[in-house]
Design a binder for this molecule. Structure first.
Ligand code: SAH
Ligand code: DHB
Ligand code: MG
Length: 225
């Protein structure tokens, strides 16, 4: 795993903001604990980022959400909490063990009826969704293997519609987007996705840099034109 360096004061402020402003509910807190208990890596979005996803889903009026990279379902729960009762979220996860933990967490949060977890390589699942003629997604969150970020971004456009909101986690990756030799596995994929966001006439995009418990990173936001 690529090392993300944090600072104590970033973590302290993140905890303060989580306690005072974000206030994750018990289901979200238990989801993080269950992931740790099951030995999953602690790489879920921070609570302040999860809350941002929830508020973006809510403010965009999204009814159909696509997530790429489930882990234990922490970001899944944040987004599903913003969906109407007849909304739908499909989330792609490669590892069956992660999907099992996520299924239990999503069900325990009372959101099971809105969430479908598809196990397998996301590129296969995305192709299957297209082949099934799935209705357009209103909101897409990309947070899986960074090598494929540019492919996931392209799929998000293809499975979306004008107005679809796309968020991509890990858009700065400790600044390695400026020097991909820092992480030859992940940085080139992230950089390709950022270039696509800037160049692709189907997209309008920005990136906000972030610091916190997960180090120095960024959240990319794109809208399909
Ligand atoms: N979005 C989650 C964190 C996801 S971590 C949250 O914030 O709570 C990234 C996840 O992507 C891991 O569970 C990993 O197993 C999964 N993943 C990695 N490669 C994948 C692939 N090719 N297809 C689908 N999932 C993949
Ligand atoms: C890793 C993956 C993530 O999605 C993330 O937000 C942080 C770290 C990782 O694979 O190391
Ligand atoms: Mg991430």
């Amino acid at each position: 795993m690529f090392e993300h360096k944090t600072r104590p004061e970033w973590v302290a402020v993140e905890e303060f903001l989580s306690d005072v402003v974000v206030r994750p509910d018990g289901a979200l807190q238990r989801a993080v604990q269950s992931a740790a208990d099951a030995g999953l890596p602690p790489i879920e979005v921070t609570p302040n980022a999860g809350k941002l996803l929830k508020l973006l889903v809510k403010s965009s009026g999204a009814r159909r959400v696509l997530e790429i990279g489930t882990l234990a379902g922490f970001s899944t729960i944040w987004m599903a909490q913003a969906l109407p009762d007849d909304g739908w979220l499909v989330t792609c996860e490669y590892l069956a063990k992660h999907a099992d933990v996520a299924r239990a967490n999503v069900d325990a949060a009372g959101l099971g009826h809105k969430v479908e977890i598809r196990v397998g390589a996301a590129l296969d699942t995305l192709a299957a969704l297209e082949a099934e003629g799935a209705d357009a997604f209103d909101f897409v969150f990309i947070d899986a293997d960074k090598e494929n970020d540019a492919h996931y971004l392209d799929w998000a456009v293809r499975l979306g519609r004008p107005g679809t909101t796309i968020v991509m986690d890990n858009a700065v990756w400790e600044g390695s987007v400026l020097d991909p030799s820092m992480d030859e596995v992940n940085a080139p994929g992230i950089l390709n996705a950022l270039k696509l966001m800037g160049e692709d006439s189907r997209l309008d995009a920005t990136v906000i840099q972030t610091v916190g418990s997960k180090g120095w990173d960024g959240f990319a936001l794109a809208v399909v034109l």
